[in-house]
Design a protein around this ligand. Structure first.
Ligand code: 5GP
Ligand code: ZN
Length: 116
């Protein structure tokens, strides 16, 4: 998508602090970090949100690829031993603001508060 901000970051048209890239995903630091480590794991292909994966023939393999990306990015960011939180906001009530699927990897501090 030409005007999607994350597609533009992936294409290198908007600068970002990239920490990881493979054939399926790019990971870069969030511009407004909510923790000492706050990295966005973003599929290179434009997918609007988690729900869109349901009708996507590549949806399952994309989520499978995420299983490789998460531990690798956690290791690169130095939080694989201390732990982290992985968050995907979906839709209006989920608080999603950028409609290109992404996963927040947050670490470097303890998240004592519980959401549920
Ligand atoms: P959402 O609210 O959709 O789950 O998360 C979007 C995230 O993207 C927010 O945490 C926001 O700070 C981050 N973000 C928005 N614009 C940019 C940008 O231009 N560069 C980077 N690196 N992060 C961005
Ligand atoms: Zn996009």
């Amino acid at each position: 998508m030409t005007d999607c901000i994350f597609c533009r970051i992936i294409r290198g048209e908007i600068p970002s602090q990239r920490v990881f890239e493979n054939e399926a995903f790019v990971a870069f630091r969030d511009i407004h970090p909510a923790a000492p480590v706050h990295v966005l794991l973003v599929p290179k292909r434009h997918v609007p949100d988690l729900l869109s994966l349901r009708d996507d023939p590549e949806g399952a393999s994309l989520m499978g690829a995420l299983a490789d990306v998460v531990p690798e990015v956690a290791r690169l960011c130095g939080v694989d031993r201390t732990g982290f939180r992985l968050v995907a906001n979906c839709g209006e009530d989920g608080g999603q603001t950028i409609f290109h699927l992404h996963f927040h990897l947050l670490g470097g501090r303890a998240f004592g508060e519980r959401l549920l």
